[in-house]
Design a binder for this molecule. Structure first.
Ligand code: HEC
Length: 131
């Protein structure tokens, strides 16, 4: 179901990023859904926000479905006002929230293969802060 083309929710990646994310989607979401991605050569240009194509793909497929869609009840990407009170609990608590699920967010936020490190990076991106 996730194998069709995905819309580019945040428009930050450009065509190359979308292509990479889509290509990774078919690999990550369809071919080996249960595997935990290791830190491998798939991680390229990890310095820029979500320049990591693997994480960008996970983000588009999972987190962006709610955190870039108003009306879902999710604190929106880069909405500093919405994130500030949640950040008071600390990043590890936010990671734990995603793992366990919270309110309308299902456990693992549709990213069963995400590691804690992945979630930490994705959460920083959502909060709109440097990782
Ligand atoms: C199905 C929709 C949905 C998806 C998918 C989703 N979220 Fe959420 N998320 C929510 C909603 C709704 C909330 C607000 C929950 C509440 O406070 O009741 C939330 C809250 C959060 C919070 C704040 C938790 C806290 O303790 O206040 C974090 C962090 C978060 N999401 C990260 C993520 C990440 C990272 C992903 C992708 C791996 C993700 N979410 C995917 C809907 C979603």
């Amino acid at each position: 179901m996730f194998c069709s083309d995905i819309p580019c929710h945040h428009g930050r990646l450009g065509a190359w990023g979308l292509f990479g994310a889509t290509a990774l989607l078919s690999l990550a979401a369809c071919s080996r859904p249960a595997e935990t991605p290791a830190t491998t050569s798939a991680s390229v240009a990890a310095s820029a926000p979500l320049a990591d194509m693997r994480l960008a793909g996970l983000y588009d497929r999972a987190c962006a479905s709610c955190h870039e869609v108003t009306g879902t009840g999710a604190p929106q990407h880069g909405d500093r006002q919405a994130w500030a009170p949640r950040e008071a609990a600390g990043v590890p608590a936010l990671v734990a929230s995603v793992r366990q699920g919270k309110g309308a967010m299902p456990p693992m936020g549709w990213c069963p293969e995400c590691s804690d490190d992945d979630l930490t990076t994705l959460i920083a991106h959502l909060r709109g802060v440097p990782q």
